[in-house]
Design a protein around this ligand. Structure first.
Ligand SMILES: [Zn+2]
Length: 224
């Protein structure tokens, strides 16, 4: 049986089981949504927002893209944010990255991926890697470097979200959190709580960044 056919059968089973365990479930679902959380995550199939947070349909308003990047010029991203903040009036916005992210890994590669849309998309990650290249280059190449850049990226997206007028000037300003998911243990690590004044976060997110000026230090910078 092909995968889509299997999925449709699983859907029939899920709908029946759900209706049996909670007869009012679909009635509530049909009445409308009032999620209190906007989730911005990676498209990676291993990081499904609802599953890893034990959430149900109706709990999370979700936007996912390659490497969980926030881009104020992206109407897809901005329309989701606008609806979440202005209409749903979510209380919390969560940016959740993950270790072992392929998009982050690609941004550390000196060559392009051969995928022009992906390359354009991860351009900001290449810039971020360059901005933090002294710290990143002090780490062993590979997993550690990729994972640290994934953390730095989450913090960068959090900062960008907090300062975008749609959030900053909202009637009800949501808390913006930065999380990262570990594929090896299924646990989420909090990088940035919803309170930007919290001790530790400022140092992690706005501390001095040593940036190299040498192109040989960051070969990938040559393509920036
Ligand atoms: Zn990813």
């Amino acid at each position: 049986m092909n995968k889509p056919k299997r999925m449709l059968l699983e859907n029939i089973a899920w709908a029946a089981e759900t209706a049996e365990s909670d007869p009012a479930f679909f009635g509530r679902l049909a009445q409308g949504q009032s999620p209190t959380v906007l989730w911005i995550g990676c498209s990676d199939s291993r990081v499904p927002a609802e599953t890893i947070t034990n959430s149900n349909p109706g709990n999370l308003f979700v936007h996912r893209n390659i490497a969980n990047l926030f881009c104020a010029e992206d109407d897809n991203m901005m329309s989701v944010l606008e609806y979440a903040v202005c209409v749903l009036k979510v209380e919390d916005v969560i940016v959740c990255g993950h270790y072992g992210c392929g998009g982050v890994q690609a941004s550390l590669s000196p060559t392009c991926t051969g995928l022009p849309h992906v390359d354009r998309r991860i351009g900001p990650l290449r810039s971020l890697a360059h901005a933090h290249c002294v710290e990143l280059n002090a780490l062993p190449a590979g997993e550690e470097r990729i994972n640290r850049l994934a953390e730095l990226s989450v913090l960068e997206q959090v900062r960008a979200l907090r300062r975008v007028p749609l959030v900053r000037d909202a009637e009800r300003v949501p808390r913006v959190h930065g999380w990262i998911f570990g594929l090896r243990n299924g646990r989420i690590k909090v990088l940035s709580s919803g309170d930007p004044r919290e001790a530790g976060e400022a140092a992690a997110s706005t501390g001095h960044v040593a940036t190299c000026a040498e192109s040989e230090c960051c070969p990938e910078a040559a393509s920036l």
